[in-house]
Ligand binder design. Sequence first.
Ligand SMILES: Cc1ncc(COP(=O)(O)O)c(C=O)c1O
Length: 385
Amino acid sequence: MTQAEKRRDILMLPGPTDIPLEAYEAMSQPLINHRGQRFREFHVALIEKLKKVIGTKQDVFLLTCSGTGGVEAALSNTIRSGDKVLALVGGQFGERMAEAARYYSDNVVVAEVPWRRAPTVEDVRRGIQENGDVDVVLLVHNETSTGGLAPNVEEIARECRRADALLVLDAVTSLGGVPLKFDDAGIDLLLAGTQKCLAGPPGLSLVAVSERAWEKIESLKKRPAYFDLVAHREFMSRGETPFTPAISLFYGLNSSLDKLLEIGVENWIDRHRRGAQAFYKSLSELELEIYPLPPYRSPTLIAVQLPDHIRDADVAKKMAEKHGVHVGVGVSKLKGRIIRIGSMGQVTAERTKTTMKALCNVLSEYGMKLDYEAVDGIIDESFSR
Ligand SMILES: Cc1ncc(COP(=O)(O)O)c(C=O)c1O
């Protein structure tokens, strides 16, 4: 039995999530020459698989860095010094993106929305109207710090086009978990991580680049050294990367994507919908408070607000130590207040049940009367449709 098989704990974190056993095995393959033909063919085929998930025929690059590196790649390639950047903020990752953008331009304006909801097309429209001549709009699709999903990205993308602004979308915890097709939606630049809804290993991020984004990228006089997408495109034309790729992680991701594509992109995404439905219905049945308002509830990150006298870190610690279920806690303004459950990647009724059971057991220790048996059937039902 491998170490991975022996481990009983489950990662229901806001990422990374558990990866298939085959992916662990794939990562133990011998390294190959990243300037050789075998790597080139493997890499090109891997990018084709990613394009299926992203819903694009345009350029996609796999970068050796975590999601934050993907954010940096996106910003450093699309923001020119002095550009007016409109950053929609509905949580900590939005705040971080706005902060990162300030390194590239002194003209970053923030449109903050209440954290119990997520940015909408109206917020984007208002932000553009109030600030005029916006060059780049930054949006976190799924705000992992709150569990808020920005609805209707297609309309937001249309609004950005109308205003001649580029839309940069952080899809770190939405790609593979939320219905989204890059080309049809008309997004200009998308970035995502591999360790979330794709059930891949951490340490890689990907960017998809539209033609409109290329025009801007090519016009920049200064380019970043590591994340120069023009260099990435040039190397990719022969199946290579400008710098040493994390070959083992590429292998792991390739294996995870094989599994995803075998199930089918739409079915895979639909499992996230079912998983989230199971969580939300169960939480409502138990009268636990869900942090985001109903229209904004994410299908991949479930945020549960705790009663005032219960600290999130204590609950998470007990869930991990007593039940082997690892969940996230509140960050930034929500520190101490919420439990964040990642329902990403390999979403199953069993994992959902184990998590709900652990949550009920731990919260019962605080005198809350929560009967897991009341929701077991709800979870089965949610997964059956
Ligand atoms: C929406 C979002 N953006 C960016 C990141 C940063 O990714 P990483 O921790 O892989 O650098 C995360 C991580 O959870 C995220 O959820």
